[in-house]
Design a protein around this ligand. Structure first.
Ligand code: UT7
Length: 328
């Protein structure tokens, strides 16, 4: 079995911002309420003409540059997203074409906010067995196109962005590797966070659109409770499986949905705030993209160094959850 490490990271946030003050003009809310209850001040919004696949390509090019690889070196593309360009073809196929890759295996992973950890875990298996050498894993969302800007419970949370990582073989003698990952799903709670008219169960009729069923519906309080519960269970599983003492972790990168959620999880594990990588204030919740964007920013600004221990943990619609510990 081969060990797998992240060879390079990249991220991309569209330039345009949607601030709390902008949202005050759309729904009955205040900037102070949003900041106090979520920690978010602004999020990025994708302009017309730019799509999920374009965000992916930008993030992927940056990750390829860091890894000193070319698109032709990639063996597989996994894109974690719930807001792809279209359901068919997959966004991964669109990205494969836009990057100019060989005719490699490309698919989308639908696990909402846990999608990047799901993607890394899938990619890890292909590296371990030796089947593939270089795999592009991206978390990317254009959530601002599926959020209901008349619903103050949801529209204040979400933003757009993409984060990418290239997973490859760890060279002989190096310590970097994915040490463990744990994935879960509880489909019985799928109704807590959903996009009702996004498939074939509820076709996209005028009636469905009038009922705004093509936009995200969320039971925020219930999602919140489950988020804290599943993230702590999942992170504990990763610690137990590796025998790693939580005090030796260098960084925790939690899914960034709400500052109160990430604070609760960090408090539970007694991880000091300085060791928790958070960018939620500037990005909002970008679902599958929150962890890879935070990872890339911390790699590029020098906080994350090679051989440090990183715990990633996420939860999302499904409900899904996942944790992963790597030696970077
Ligand atoms: O990636 C996974 C995605 N989702 C999540 O992680 C979401 C998890 N949930 C949350 O982050 C929080 O539940 C929310 C931010 C959505 C809501 O915050 P909360 O502190 O749980 O508020 P609440 O639902 O308990 O509502 C408290 C009050 C209500 O008013 P009343 O009924 O007490 O009069 C809401 O109507 O706050 C009201 N409210 C707002 N007020 C101003 C809800 N949204 C807003 C708003 N501005 N945007």
């Amino acid at each position: 079995m081969y060990k797998a490490k992240i060879l390079g990271t990249g991220s991309y946030l569209p330039e345009k911002l949607l601030t709390n003050q902008d949202l005050e003009k759309l729904v009955e809310t205040t900037s102070a309420w949003i900041t106090e209850r979520t920690g978010i001040r602004e999020r990025h919004i994708t302009p017309v003409g730019q799509n999920n696949s374009d965000l992916c390509v930008q993030a992927a090019r940056r990750a390829l540059d860091m890894a000193r690889l070319e698109p032709k070196d990639l063996d597989m593309i996994l894109i974690a997203t719930v807001s792809g360009d279209q359901t068919m073809p997959s966004t991964a196929c669109v990205v494969q074409n836009k990057l100019g890759c060989r005719d490699i295996f490309a698919l989308d992973v639908t696990a909402a906010c846990s999608g990047f950890i799901y993607g890394l875990t899938i990619a890890h298996q292909f590296i371990q067995t030796g089947m593939y050498k270089n795999i592009l894993v991206i978390g990317a969302e254009v959530l601002t196109r599926i959020v209901d800007y008349t619903d103050r419970n949801t529209c204040i949370l979400f933003g757009d962005g993409a984060g990418a990582a290239i997973l490859g073989r760890t060279p002989e003698g190096e310590k970097s590797e994915i040490l463990t990952s744990h994935l879960h799903a509880d489909g019985s709670l799928g109704n807590l966070l959903e996009l009702p008219a996004s498939g074939t169960a509820i076709p996209l009729t005028y009636e469905a659109i009038d009922q705004r069923l093509h936009l995200v519906k969320m039971q925020g309080k219930e999602v919140f409770k489950n988020a804290v519960r599943t993230m702590t269970i999942c992170a504990q599983e990763a610690l137990d499986n590796t025998g790693i003492d939580k005090g030796t972790l260098d960084w925790m990168i939690p899914h960034q949905a709400n500052m109160r959620i990430t604070d609760s999880v960090a408090r539970y594990f007694e991880i000091p705030k300085e060791k928790v990588i958070i960018n939620l204030e500037r990005t909002g919740n970008t679902s599958s993209a929150t962890i890879p964007i935070a990872l890339d920013e911390a790699v590029r600004d020098g906080r994350i160094q090679r051989n440090q221990l990183i715990l990633m943990v996420a939860f999302g619609a499904g409900l899904t959850s996942g944790s992963l510990i790597m030696r970077f």
